[in-house]
Write a protein that binds this ligand. Sequence first.
Ligand SMILES: Nc1ncnc2c1ncn2[C@@H]1O[C@H](COP(=O)(O)OP(=O)(O)O)[C@@H](O)[C@H]1O
Ligand SMILES: [Mg+2]
Length: 315
Amino acid sequence: MLKLDRLSVEYRVRGGYLSAVKDVSLNIGEGEIFAVVGESGCGKSTIAHSIMRLLPDRNERVLGGIYFEGHDLNALNDRQMTGVRGKKIGMIFQNPLDSLNPVYRSGSQVAEAIFLDKKNRAEVWREVIEFYREMKMPDPAQSVRSFPHELSGGMRQRVMIAMMLARNPKLLIADEPTTALDVTIEAQILEIMSRLRADFNTSILLITHNFGIVAEIADRVAVMYAGEVAEQGSVFEIFQSPSHPYTELLMKALPHQSKREGRLRTIEGSVPRITSAAPGCRFCNRCPAASERCEKHAPPVKHLSSTHSYACHNR
Ligand SMILES: Nc1ncnc2c1ncn2[C@@H]1O[C@H](COP(=O)(O)OP(=O)(O)O)[C@@H](O)[C@H]1O
Ligand SMILES: [Mg+2]
């Protein structure tokens, strides 16, 4: 469904290029939930935005291939890309207020997504109410009429998902969709996503910093560090035998009592900002297993199975 082939993205910043994503390769199959996990600043949103071609423009360099159903998205013109965006690939953001229009009733924004192929107004509204019911919105007939600011964060996120459902995309990109929400709402949103996959065989690229969510719903996972894939594999493989020191640390940092934490604070240091010329392993300054060669040389990718790989000199 989606294939990233050595995707690299660099942002132009004062004094050179910042390498936000480097050589990321991954494959998402039909009906598969693929999680990208890593701390803030690891390049997760940059990946999502480059797939949707929503990067700021002229400020960045994109290298490598982005293939959706076999077609190179970078080769499409803007009009063709508009046909893909929203209809075939949908995206939900961390903050749904960014993508809901404050001056329109929430229901009419969902209706707009349906109107693309249906003309009868009454029928469209019935469908919107049905979508709200499916999203377990309280009092659907009434809440379709509410404006975004009248809804709670969790309800706005559901409106966003209803908009996605209305378009029935083949691939859904969810960029930290539950980070701003409480645990109960988070569980409901995750359940909606599982149902999407079960009912429509939708593929989902789920971006999160929370390994608990990965364990709950993903099939496969890529662990990102400072723009690179540190390790990837099936969820079973990653939890059974985490092989990159960063994966191990992230798992140890998994909050046990309260699942909801803004960020993982238990790992020393922070994700570095890296110029494209920096050699060596990006994790070495925080790595308990680091040696001298880690500073000088990029780590080799090692394969434990056809699906499980990691990049480390010392493991
Ligand atoms: N438009 C931009 N211009 C320059 N640097 C950016 C831009 N957007 C993101 N970055 C930088 O790229 C890196 C990755 O950011 P991002 O993809 O947002 O990470 P994440 O989503 O994992 O938190 C960060 O260092 C961030 O500061
Ligand atoms: Mg982000």
